[in-house]
Design a protein around this ligand. Structure first.
Ligand code: PBG
Length: 353
């Protein structure tokens, strides 16, 4: 006979006769029934992380055969275009749908207005061409903010102490067309200027790039989590002041929704929330409000804190990584930009085989 829980309860004295205080309180509704075995847990699992959910953000540097570790992001390297192409091949073989590229360009090419963003053969466009040629089946997403190209680390044109909105929008729209000409599949405007999505959409369409999408950094917060990224692309030491006149105050959720609504009206195809984990409420609200595909960007500082704790032996890094990514799915995200993308894809491939 199977020893039922009732026998155990009778022995331990938590049950007298047929009376059980917990059953009286719960009315016989017990949540643990569905959790009792691996097979029940698998049957009722609501969300699943798959390789299709992943976008891999990658750092590009000039040169060849360069694999340059980012100190504050153990496991993440800045790659020259040839190495990036190799990695993109691996990403595609693992089934990762898209790669998002971020350049660390030579300091001599950076100026007040970020003019090098318009060079057809700049590092970002060179990387796009090389990836598209060698790995045509992986999507390439390119950022159009000016911060990699300015000598002050801001995302826009700096005049005096003002980041000027409209001049920046004009510039990023031109840069977006040049990126699309190079083969970029999705433009990701990350500078949070007003009106940028509409202006970029119009510029892309006029240039015949109707099928190039826009992933709006719809809600990008003035966050302290971007520190390691700024070191990775060499803007950390340059930045004068902060980005509070264009990024959203981390205190504001309703304002973030209004900002996303404008991006939707102006023609965004997908919406991104950045940073990720501290802003799951925003992911959820945006998904509910607009029904558009929503992506979270698990940013550099989020990656670094998990890695740091894992390297100290304080947490199980792999389990925490998987739990954070699953949390994005539960919060309504359709996908995640994550520096863990390659690790996760390898893990999922191993599990599946
Ligand atoms: C700026 C940009 C940032 C990130 C990507 N593009 C933020 C910033 O430097 O202010 C952050 C990504 C990360 O932290 O992983 N256009």
């Amino acid at each position: 006979m199977i020893r039922s829980e009732k026998h155990i309860q009778q022995e331990s004295g938590t049950m007298t006769g047929n009376r059980n205080i917990v059953d009286e309180i719960t009315g016989h509704r017990r949540m643990r029934r569905n959790r009792k075995a691996d097979w029940t847990r698998r049957l009722v699992q609501e969300n699943r992380l798959t390789v299709d959910d992943l976008i891999w953000p990658a750092f590009v540097v000039p040169g060849t055969n360069v694999v340059d570790p980012v100190a504050a992001m153990p496991g993440v390297n800045r790659l020259s275009v040839d190495k990036l192409v190799e990695a993109a091949k691996e990403a595609a073989d693992l089934g990762i749908p898209a790669i998002a590229t971020f350049p660390n360009i030579d300091m001599s090419l950076r100026d007040e207005t970020g003019s090098h963003c318009l060079a057809a053969n700049n590092l970002i466009n060179e990387a796009t061409r090389a990836i598209k040629q060698a790995v045509p089946n992986i999507g390439v997403i390119t950022d159009v903010a000016l911060d990699p190209f300015t000598n002050h680390g801001h995302d826009g044109v700096l005049r005096g102490d003002v980041i000027v909105n409209d001049e920046t929008v004009e510039l990023v729209a031109k840069a977006a067309v040049i990126q699309a000409d190079a083969g970029s599949d999705i433009i990701a405007p990350s500078e949070m200027m007003d009106g940028r999505i509409g202006v970029i959409r119009r510029a892309l369409d006029e240039a015949g790039h109707q099928n190039v999408g826009i992933m709006a950094y719809a809600t990008k917060f003035a966050s302290a989590f971007y520190g390691p990224y700024r070191d990775a692309i060499g803007t950390g030491g340059l930045l004068k002041g902060d980005k509070k006149t264009y990024y959203i105050d981390p205190a504001n959720g309703t304002e973030a929704l209004r900002d996303a609504a404008l991006d939707v009206e102006e023609g965004a195809d997908t919406l991104m929330v950045k940073p990720g984990l501290p802003y799951l409420d925003i992911c959820w609200r945006i998904k509910e409000a607009f029904g558009l595909p929503v992506f979270a960007y698990q940013v550099s500082g989020e990656y670094s804190q998990i890695k740091a704790a894992a390297l100290n032996g304080w947490i199980d890094g792999e389990r925490v990584m998987l739990e954070t990514l699953l949390a994005f799915k539960r919060a309504g995200c359709d996908g995640i930009l994550s520096y863990f993308a390659m690790d996760v894809a390898r893990h999922l491939a191993k599990k599946g085989s």
